[in-house]
Design a binder for this molecule. Structure first.
Ligand code: MRU
Length: 369
């Protein structure tokens, strides 16, 4: 990922002290770029729950490193019990996100075979680094597969810009690098294709206006911010060639849970024959649940809807109240897009129909339930 011309990843062990993990505090973007150092498992849980870090892959990587920090703190005499309690706390911090549980489980499984606490700590570190590296690798390969769809549209349009609509931020800020929904876009840019991105604002947390628009600007990709209600209108006007969104959890039957509002975009895309793609690494699949409606949907504080934080005319960050003081708000963070509304899933192994048999053929090592 590119910030002011310098390459970054979104999470990394502090080179001066490997017992600390560096993250970029996304609550302050795009106005301030602040690197925060995380030294304890509790600090990492807070960073995940309060969205200093967010997005499917990054939450997974953060949980992996958080479990490593828990291992550093765990008393030798009760090491395993301590790690299990830490795992439960991480799992509860963002209950919808599949990558989080996947990463926590992977650390637990990795250290289970180690002979003593010292070996478990070392293995937790190696496993956390592998989770982060794999996440970046998965996204790169998603880009290599997804770019083929953009190439085809570009050919049909004789090289005119391909207009892609995206919702929320499934960019490099949501992963360790590249992003899922953005990886095909960056690959298209690298291949010299003309692309333009319609960026949904994504109320209430505004991942689109605060993060996606900013990161696309950093990468030099043409983009236009729109409010969340605009996408359907643009699709009716023929100004959207395809939709690519990310996912927080996808069932092995192809139902997609993603940021609230995704379902409405998928309905509009279906009505207007706009292809609707979901980009995800395999670590986002839920191999057990058949029905997306069974996935727990996180509800967050109503203040995310009734207030807004931004830069005032003096350059200071300020939070203002948008609604009346007595207003109560219901803040559902995600919704379910049924498989029937999805054109295809772009994974690190290729593009697949959102359908149980096709998904299992691509990932035969995952048992069917
Ligand atoms: O609440 P967030 O910002 O952590 O939500 C996750 C997301 O960023 C989106 O739902 C995204 O589209 C999928 S994550 C790649």
């Amino acid at each position: 990922m590119n910030y002011n011309g310098t390459h970054y990843q979104t999470i990394w062990p502090d080179p001066q002290n490997k017992q600390q993990i560096c993250i970029i505090d996304q609550r302050k973007l795009p106005h301030q770029f602040i690197v925060e150092k995380i030294a304890t498992a509790d600090q990492m849980i807070t960073a995940i729950r309060d969205m200093h870090v967010r997005g499917a892959g990054l939450i997974g990587a953060a949980a992996g490193f958080g479990m490593y920090l828990a291992a550093l703190q765990a008393p030798d005499a009760s090491f395993d019990a301590y790690m299990l309690a830490a795992a439960r706390s991480f799992d509860a911090s963002r209950p919808t996100a599949r990558n989080l549980m996947w990463a926590v489980e992977r650390i637990l499984q990795t250290i289970a075979g180690a002979p003593d606490p010292a070996a478990k700590k070392a293995m937790a570190y190696t496993a956390a680094c592998s989770i982060a590296d794999e996440d970046a690798g998965f996204c790169k390969r998603i880009g290599e597969h997804g770019v083929k769809i953009i190439e085809e549209i570009s050919r049909k349009k004789n090289g005119a810009p391909v207009n892609i609509l995206t919702h929320c931020n499934a960019g490099w800020l949501a992963f360790v690098d590249h992003g899922s929904a953005t990886a095909p876009i960056y690959a298209a840019r690298d291949a010299g294709l003309a692309v333009h991105v319609w960026v949904d604002e994504t109320r209430p947390w505004n991942q689109g206006s605060r993060l996606t628009a900013w990161e696309l600007q950093q990468e030099g990709v043409a983009n236009t911010l729109i409010c969340d209600n605009t996408g359907g209108h643009l699709m009716q006007l023929g100004q959207v060639d395809m939709v690519i969104v990310g996912a927080d959890r996808v069932t092995h039957t192809g139902d997609v849970v993603n940021k609230i509002g995704t379902y409405l975009k998928a309905l509009a895309a279906k009505d207007t024959d706009v292809p609707f793609f979901v980009a995800l690494p395999s670590s986002t699949f839920d191999w057990k649940l058949d029905n997306g409606m069974d996935i727990p949907i996180e509800q967050r504080a109503g203040e995310e809807i009734t207030t807004l934080t931004g830069k005032d005319i003096h350059g200071e960050l300020r939070t203002v109240l948008l609604a009346g003081e007595e207003t109560r708000a219901a803040n559902y963070s995600f919704d379910v897009t049924p498989a029937r509304l999805v054109t295809g899933l772009i994974t690190e192994r290729g593009i697949v129909r959102p359908e149980r048999n096709a998904i299992h053929r691509l990932f035969p090592e995952e048992g069917r339930s």
